[in-house]
Write a protein that binds this ligand. Structure first.
Ligand code: NAP
Length: 434
């Protein structure tokens, strides 16, 4: 029975769903040895370091990942860095196929003056910071001003704005990094502004996330009712309006009409405002916006500008991939033709299609690519023993068993405090568990 070896680079949702798609195609005549390689000592990618901690249900997909990982023929190699411990060339030579599933971890830049001032950061830093990603745990986040500004009208911007605007005690029963909770308790921020450059009808938020906002226990969420009514009016002349847009506008209208409580905290949505410049001496002191209007469906600039005084600007305007040596990148993603990069090299997930879709989108995406992979298989190569190769190079591998020890230890630490887990944020601490 032929067994083909496949290396998957990246242990996030796209990588696991690619492994699952391979496992689903196995039969008596086709088997796979799947080696999943991950730079961090922990797997699960964005499910661990991206998904908002107050959205625990979304994280339950990790149970699926663990089932995939404990199936026959699957091996996990965390704490292994491609380019340092192993090269892409070695993988290409040793495996029948390699699948790049390294996601998009770099935040897109606004490209405006003042973006590099202290206090101007990207969601690609802030999100992993509150989620306990070891590379971001020591970030110096300034939460001193009364107002904070979040740029972008997508779900990441909404996550970021919500985490800043809620009362930190609401994060106690979650797996938010302890350093982040402590910092948020000290935060002076009471008003968080979230800005979209286009109209409410163009926002990339999704309605389930919008509908959750009124459940915040200590924060008034405000949207100007006329902004939504005008957006609905603009759409009236259109023959067909997408269901998602209608549903978004309904959710936003409900927020705009909800009775406001006597809360000290506010989360305010603004539309049709493009950031022009962030100003300050060494730190962010204010941000200037230009107002836009919608004319016949087009978003056009006006001459009107306005300023918000703030010490914190977080841009959440999308991501791009971090290049991997020997793999062709263009415009922040791997150059590929529907998942094929070059002979025996494939790409899935955000590295392939850009940062779009929800976690489940990766399932169908990976299944398509894996079909292509299987159709291109020739006679199998001799199976590689990656473990012994890495051990010779003195790499401390976190395999599935080691990861399960780390996982169990985090869960046990959380149990004492009524949390799902307390994450290790220090690599050495994690690695010392074995
Ligand atoms: P996104 O959905 O693509 O939203 C990016 C936002 O940034 C858009 O509103 C975009 O506006 C805006 N933007 C881009 N360039 C800008 C600029 N130069 N100035 C001002 N605004 C700018 O990206 P995302 O929020 O990073 O989310 C990535 C993916 O993850 C999405 O598919 C999202 O749904 C998903 N996600 C899901 C959840 C969840 O299900 N709970 C949570 C987080 C993320 P324009 O439209 O005008 O370009």
């Amino acid at each position: 029975m032929p067994t083909y070896s496949v290396a998957i680079v990246g242990a996030g949702p796209a990588g696991y769903f690619a492994a699952q798609a391979l496992q689903n195609l196995e039969n008596e005549d086709l088997k796979f040895q799947i080696d999943m390689i991950e730079r961090l000592p922990t797997p699960w990618g964005l499910v661990r370091s991206g998904v908002a901690p107050d959205h625990p249900k979304i994280k339950s997909v990790s149970k699926v990942f663990e089932k995939i990982a404990t199936s026959e023929g699957f091996q996990l190699f965390c704490n292994v860095e491609l380019g340092k411990d192993l090269t892409v060339k070695e993988l290409k030579e040793s495996y029948d196929a390699i699948i790049i599933a390294t996601g998009s971890s770099i935040g897109r830049k606004l490209g405006i003056p003042g973006e590099d001032l202290i206090g101007s950061i990207s969601a690609s830093e802030f999100v992993p910071w509150y989620n306990g990603h070891p590379d971001f745990a020591n970030l110096d986040i300034t939460l001193e001003s009364k107002e904070a500004v979040v740029i972008g009208a997508g779900n990441v911007a909404m996550d970021v704005a919500r985490i800043l605007a809620l009362e930190p005690s609401e994060l106690e029963p979650t797996d938010t990094a302890l350093h982040a909770i402590e910092n948020l308790y000290r935060s002076n921020i009471r008003t968080v502004h979230i800005f979209g450059r286009r109209g409410p009808e163009h926002a990339a938020f999704t309605s389930p996330e919008l509908r959750e906002l009124p459940k915040l226990e200590h924060t008034n969420v405000t949207i100007t009712e006329s902004d939504i009514l005008q957006a609905q009016e603009r759409l009236q002349s259109k023959e067909e309006v997408e269901k998602e847009i209608k549903s978004n506008l309904d959710a936003m209208l409900a927020i705009s009409q909800a009775e406001k409580k006597n809360h000290q905290r506010e989360l305010n949505f603004h539309f049709l405002a493009t950031p022009l410049e962030i100003r300050g001496n060494t730190r962010v002191e204010e941000i200037i916006f230009r107002k836009n209007i919608v004319v016949n469906g087009d978003v056009l600039p006006t001459d009107e500008t306005f300023t918000i005084k703030t010490g914190l600007v977080i841009s959440a305007i999308g991501y791009q991939s971090e290049p991997l040596a020997e793999i062709p990148y263009e415009n922040g993603r791997v150059l590929n033709k529907n998942g094929l990069v070059e002979e025996n090299v494939f790409v899935v997930g955000w590295a392939k299609r850009g940062p779009s879709g929800v976690i489940g989108t990766n399932k169908s995406d990976a299944a398509e690519v894996v079909k292509l992979l299987v159709s291109s298989l020739k006679s199998p190569k001799d199976l590689i023993n990656l473990e012994s190769l890495l051990k010779k190079r003195s790499v401390k591998i976190v395999n599935q068993g080691f990861w399960q020890t780390i996982n169990a230890s985090e869960i046990a630490a959380g149990e004492e405090k009524g949390k799902p887990r307390i994450k290790f944020v220090n690599r050495d601490e994690m690695l010392s568990l074995q």
